[in-house]
Write a protein that binds this ligand. Structure first.
Ligand code: UDP
Length: 234
């Protein structure tokens, strides 16, 4: 697989073209940002960890019938994925209150929701990924209602599968963010699933094993990512 031109560089990943117009290489960086990129840093070994963790989770989701952009892992930091048109809606699922929703609605962190809460955010760094609803999605023409309904049911299915996967490994899936893409006439789960995009708390101690360690200067950031990789590994 030949690595071609750089197509796009985001905060945590770079996309490269390949000799196949249908496939791109997703390279994971060690760069970390938080609070709409106001806080920047590096987490040693993060790129490798997130590539491996995402590989394990995409494979598991595929085995459970969820269509993803994942093709195969190419190297420590590189993953071959299907080229998609990213839908500019970040789909968040929350099982337990933490982070943004705790601040916004005044709910203490750790409060368990009676059912998973699905949120949509506009994927727009300049605007700080604002919270949006179905009506905003409609008037902004981001996706037709049937597609939004599909994203919502896929996100809830991913939540069921990954909550069980992590709980088997002593981790509680508190919340996470997904991105989806259009590929021919299919909707594929895209981007990454890692401690950058999920909150994971140790089921016994409640210790945070995710990006909150970086956001909140809790220390032991690399160790937390490695611990998630160790537990997720077959
Ligand atoms: N999240 C993400 N990217 C974002 C914003 C949030 O991956 O741009 C993830 C975050 O790691 C958490 C979930 O989505 O697992 C919910 O995040 P929240 O809305 O609480 O955002 P925060 O303000 O804490 O970043």
């Amino acid at each position: 697989m030949t690595k071609g031109e750089r197509l796009y560089e985001g905060k945590a990943k770079i996309l490269y073209a390949t000799d196949d117009p249908d496939l791109v290489i997703q390279e994971f960086k060690d760069d970390a940002t938080a609070f709409n990129a106001k806080k920047r840093g590096q987490i040693a070994g993060k790129g490798r960890c997130n590539n491996e963790i995402s590989t394990i989770l995409f494979r598991h989701l595929e085995s459970e019938g969820v269509a993803t952009h994942f093709v195969r892992r190419l190297s420590e930091r590189e993953m071959l994925v299907k080229k998609v048109e990213i839908i500019p809606i970040e789909v968040t699922v929350r099982n337990v209150a933490a982070g943004g929703i705790s601040k916004r609605l005044g709910i203490a962190e750790g409060v368990v929701f009676a059912e998973p809460v699905v949120e949509y955010h506009l994927k727009d760094d300049a605007l700080g990924d604002p919270l949006i609803n179905d009506e905003h999605i409609r008037v902004l023409n981001l996706a037709p209602p049937s597609e939004v309904e599909l994203l919502r049911s896929l996100a809830l299915e991913v939540n069921r599968i990954l909550s069980a996967f992590f709980l088997d490994r002593g981790l509680r899936l508190i919340d996470f963010k997904l991105e989806f893409g259009r590929h021919r006439d299919e909707i594929l789960l895209a981007d990454e699933i890692s401690p950058d995009t999920c909150r994971l708390w140790d089921a016994e101690s409640g210790e945070r094993l995710d990006k909150d360690r970086f956001r909140r200067d809790l220390g032991q950031v690399e160790e937390a990512y490695l611990e998630v990789l160790r537990r997720a590994s077959p």
